[in-house]
Design a protein around this ligand. Structure first.
Ligand code: NAP
Length: 248
């Protein structure tokens, strides 16, 4: 079940957190994995070592997902070197949290360019290759915050809601070309992104999660692996919640 032997996957933001767990899960399933990162080469190299320990292989590919030219060169290069591109996981993302009254234009621009623009540019470059082969899986990483909103995260919530709209649109546009496009919406997950939050915020989030704990990157990776697998071949435009019941 859920095997990806012979497939090539590109995971954006694969150097840390959820992206790293996704790289390892896809590698364990037999896929070759291109590990994208923005600047943290040491962390990305550690992910690639874990991919190899999992019995597969891959490469590091550095580009800023917000830069469409760099994305196109990065995606095309991965497909040329690794033998095609079958799975794209749009995981790279940032959150610059502020209440509405403090939000600055550059925070909006950077968040939208990375979270929405990054997902869009990577999908554009990857789907162009996938549709020629009539075989492709795109999995976007949104957030429970994009579905439910959250105080202090107006810009992040708007960007993550945007990814849901983008997912549904691309699912409709490319279904006839053999490409499925789905989305996962993680709840509160233990990574660098949440590590800096005060303990009181973490306890509150756990209290609001019926399963009574923070999620792990591996919880999210399992859902992504399913959506990338042959068994999910008749699923497209779906928003899969991985949130411990935080939003039902
Ligand atoms: P994280 O630990 O902060 O890691 C972020 C990753 O994104 C890093 O690999 C980073 O690369 C990469 N990245 C950031 N900006 C980039 C850019 N412009 N171009 C390429 N790569 C870039 O984040 P995380 O918590 O694992 O989150 C991963 C995804 O899940 C994000 O989209 C986030 O919004 C979403 N999410 C997280 C949670 C949570 O509770 N943690 C909940 C819901 C959704 P470098 O290492 O090179 O900086």
């Amino acid at each position: 079940m859920f095997r990806l032997d012979g497939k090539v996957a590109l995971v954006t933001g694969g150097s840390r957190g959820i992206g790293r767990a996704i790289c390892v899960a896809l590698a364990k399933a037999g896929a070759k994995v291109a590990v994208n990162y923005a600047g943290n080469e040491a962390a990305a190299a550690e992910t690639l070592s874990l991919v190899r320990e999992a019995g597969s292989d891959g490469e590091l590919v550095r580009f800023d997902v917000a830069d469409p030219d760099a994305v196109d060169a990065g995606v095309t290069g991965v497909a040329e070197r690794l033998g095609g591109l079958h799975v794209l996981v749009n995981n790279a993302g940032i959150s610059l949290d502020q209440i509405l009254l403090r939000i600055k234009p550059e925070e909006l621009e950077r968040t939208m360019a990375t979270n929405v623009g990054g997902t869009l540019w990577c999908a554009k470059s990857a789907i162009r290759l996938m549709m020629r082969k009539r075989d492709g899986r795109v999995i976007n990483v949104s957030s429970v915050v994009g579905e439910a909103g959250n105080r202090g995260q107006a810009v992040y919530a708007a960007s993550k809601a945007g990814i849901i709209g983008l997912t549904k649109t691309l699912a409709k546009e490319y279904a006839s070309r053999g490409v499925t496009v789905n989305c996962v919406t993680p709840g509160f997950i233990e990574t660098d992104m949440t590590a800096a939050l005060p303990d009181s915020v973490k306890q509150q989030a756990i209290a609001e999660t019926p399963l009574g704990r923070m999620g792990t990157p591996e919880d999210v990776a399992a859902a992504v692996l399913f959506l990338a697998s042959p068994e999910a071949g008749f699923i497209t435009g779906h928003i899969l919640r991985v949130n411990g019941g935080m939003l039902i």
